[in-house]
Design a protein around this ligand. Sequence first.
Ligand code: C2E
Ligand code: MG
Ligand code: MG
Length: 557
Amino acid sequence: MEQNFQEITVEQLCKVIDLLHPCMDDYLYVYDFINDFYYISPHARQRFSIPDNTFRDVVRTHGLFVYPPDLEPLQEDLNELLAGERSFHNLEYRWLDLDGQPVWINCRGYVVRNKEQALYMIGCINEIGARQKADNVSGLLGSSSLQAYLHKTPAPFPEGFLLRLGMDDFKEINEKLGIEYGDMVLRQTAECIARCITPSQKLYRVVADEFLVLDFQGGTYQEAGKLYRQIQHNIVRFVEENHYEAVFTISGGILEISNIKDFAYTNVMKLSEFSLNEAKRQGKNRCYRFQEEDYEQFLKRKKLTQFLRQAVYDDCKGFEAYFQPLFHADSNTLYGAEALMRFHSPDGNMISPGEFIPILEETGLIIPVGRWMLEQALAACKKIASRIPDFRISINVSYVQVIKSDIINDIVAAAARQEVSPSNVIVELTESGLLESNPHFTRLLAKLKEKGIRLALDDFGTGYSNFHYLHDLRPDIIKIDRSFTAKALANDYEYNLLDLISGMVHTLNLNVCVEGIETEDERNRIQHLSPDYIQGFYFGKPCPYQQFTEQFVTVSH
Ligand code: C2E
Ligand code: MG
Ligand code: MG
């Protein structure tokens, strides 16, 4: 380009950008090297976390919104331009969006010079990641059209609702019947939905297998529910007419406009996504109505998940091992301790395992935290076993650890490191449907026996009690859960049932541990059932190691 562009001033270019920017989705910019000044199309502020659409101190300010790993290549490219090695800038890298998420852009620009001196660069930024305006598979408008429409609508939005629809298990259709078939199903689903809506309602395809119906015409929750059921009905008919080749259902999340406080696009999308996810979480093929309390609960859980993740990252800081004594029921002497996990969240609360263990299991974090816990429990066992050689440490193991990690190896390695004999270790497994005929468990049981580690079946009497387990798993100990103990203490029928069960367990030569004994009276009544071991607040609550040794080890030995 050998023209006299240097005659055009930066002010004039900014005016041209102001004139052109409403006509395009891309972002025009000018970078004035002389005054260290940057100007970009004003609508870039609605997409990226830039401080303003005009700023100075250009390189340092880019540090605020360029995805950090991409800063170095950008700097190198700029250096080459300024050194006069090239005049054309063409770089694909990432900027951060308003949520701080990286977004791929292609930034191109031309450097205008006066002789050798670089005066300014003018160019355009295009998004190159997927931001679909329209979707040719479903024939619907895509999420960026929805975004543009919502942007145009002044807040607060008119009364009405958003119904977000998601196909259940769509991935399976693609996997089993191929992508082309999947595309056909998507198209048909879009048609099923389109047939149900009124001309004033709008329909978009938001992501892969999700659609959104927008009603700004005062549609009520009841009307949204009715619409969902009609769509559900149409899907069933499609599946039937298609001779059950692809059997699938659809879930829906209803968000009433009156429930929205922050009308920013990202927030509205978050709430509608949450609503759909709730419908799926509650069992799919159903509709969920957004409720503020549920969302707050969800955010609380999300925050706790972040705390847990951070704690794992910080070498399990915040986790603590507690110990609860287990006694021989006949002699009242200490048999061992159950190691129980505690979590002190950074906001000062102590969270109950009932709340955080399911999150650790869901996220897989139970694997690293479980290893940490093993180390704590075995270190404690080693110290106590130097005074009470047959002291047993009972460790809770989650099914996730069994299925997704080499738990036996972890136990054996930790026992070797802590110089604890595997015969001092008891593994507590919770009985649940998952235990049944799962090859992971069969292998685990064989290995436990081989290494001389004992197995306790935890939570016996809750939910899934199945006498097959006693035969299949051959546990050494059956732990009767507090809920069963409490029922047996309150009710003759349950008491007799517990009596029968312990009798049967004893005839199989297995041991019974009764959990959850809180008073002397309870202890006396349970004593009639001749349990082998007993555990409960009456004998001692779970407590830190130091307290445990002072209370139960030093005293008796
Ligand atoms: P669990 O293994 O059945 O542990 C016994 C629970 O009963 C403990 O609750 C204990 O504090 C409580 N308990 C004991 N005696 C009494 C009593 O007399 N009255 C009452 N009301 N409760 C009593 P905790 O510590 O809240 O633990 C809850 C559950 O969390 C445990 O049930 C276990 O399933 C799980 N858990 C705890 N620590 C770990 C761990 O390190 N790993 C895994 N995978 N799960 C753990
Ligand atoms: Mg237990
Ligand atoms: Mg238990």
